[in-house]
Design a protein around this ligand. Sequence first.
Ligand code: ATP
Length: 470
Amino acid sequence: MFNSIDKIASWAKAEGFIYPSSEIYGKFAGVYDYGFYGTLLKNNLQNAWVKSVVQKNSDIVLIDSAIFMHPTTWKASGHIDCFDDPQIDCKKCKARHRADILLETYGINADKLPISEINQIITELKAKGTVFKCPLCGSTDLTPAKRFSLMVKSNLGSPTDALTEENVVYLRAETCQGIYLNFKNVLDSTRLKPPFGIAQIGKAFRNEIIARQFVFRTREFEQMEMQYFCHPDLVAKKYAEWKNARIEWYQEYGISPEKLRFYKHIKLAHYASEAYDIEYQFYCLGNEFKEIEGLHARGDWDLSQHSKFSGANLTYLDPKTNERYTPNVVESSVGLNRILLAFLDNAHTTETLENGQTRDVLKLDYRLSPIKVAVFPLLKNKPDLVAKAQEVYSIVAENFMSEFDDNGNIGKRYRRQDEIGTPFCVTVDFDTLGESNAELKDTVTIRNRDTMQQERVSIEKLKEYIQNSI
Ligand code: ATP
């Protein structure tokens, strides 16, 4: 287990999961690239989410909307006017801080409070004799809190156009706006009628004031969001169902219930009737519970606002009751990169073996493991063994993400696969070639990551064996 964010970051880089962006240029703060294993793990998490949220629910469809949207989208959603964080600068070391996070260290919850109230709290703190200081350099010479917009701006148009407010576009700050904008398209083009849901996975961008916690908080990240549209009378029931379903999903994929909890938001956005976060206890972040997913009952705010700003009719006429209403939204919003960090944090284990040695194992659920099977020839310098192992590799690679490895001794190869969470290692040895015992010809050993037990399995049955175990 990693007891600091720096340790998990350097492990993720060394093992080929996550690299800092633009490293040869000295890194680009708050942005990360995914290596081979990180990309595969991210894909597997997406697939697991799609399976649970979309595939198993006949009333939910998946879409993929564009990152660029009409700029009015963000006016209607309230992001241009209100999507900001309170920023405090240290005048001495020039460090930037989020005022609400700074106040947390003084035991004060200033989540989503207006700037004026935050400054009032700071004044009162100081009046009581508390030393309100920069956590980095200790200076008390800090600016008052001010509004810092999280929206990332860009410009589209001809390169000769002046960069004006007219051609400004925003990189989306959340994926769900693309869902609201397609509500009518989905309603008109599918046979779905409320209650139904639209899900989407995609990039989001936020100009975070501080992005110092590896992939927990970055300026470019991915969200997996589902918006469920229903009659207002159904909101409470659907909200309770989604709340349950979502926390159970983390447990199904290996996170124990004690490391998960709900956090109820007391201060709600004016349109919301209910808001909970699912929090995970990050060992790498000082064992603190931190948000990984938001669950919100958003009322009819989203569709009403877009209707108001676009003029489109986003209501629904129920043919049975003849009632016309604006569907209400129940939302589940997951940060893909943040849960990837949670799953790594949860899975990394150091075990002491019977011989006193230790081994690092990434105990991911097999369905999430980046590589499912590694194939080794027992010895590297025996062409017959290598050729046979390559043949076995081609067979398993047809069905599973696999790796061929003939570097170092078998023990080292096992350790390497344990470290990236590979559930099965297949070794081709002299028995596979039928050299000493004809009965063992075309059989291989298959070793399990968790039990370290080996079994002899025929090459013919390998696919079935692995399939059944995953
Ligand atoms: P936070 O309070 O941590 O800033 P938030 O409440 O603004 O998060 P939401 O807008 O509800 O987050 O977004 C839903 C999910 O998206 C979060 O639960 C989180 O998993 C993820 N997320 C949000 N911001 C970031 C970010 N900057 N980097 C990585 N993931 C993020």
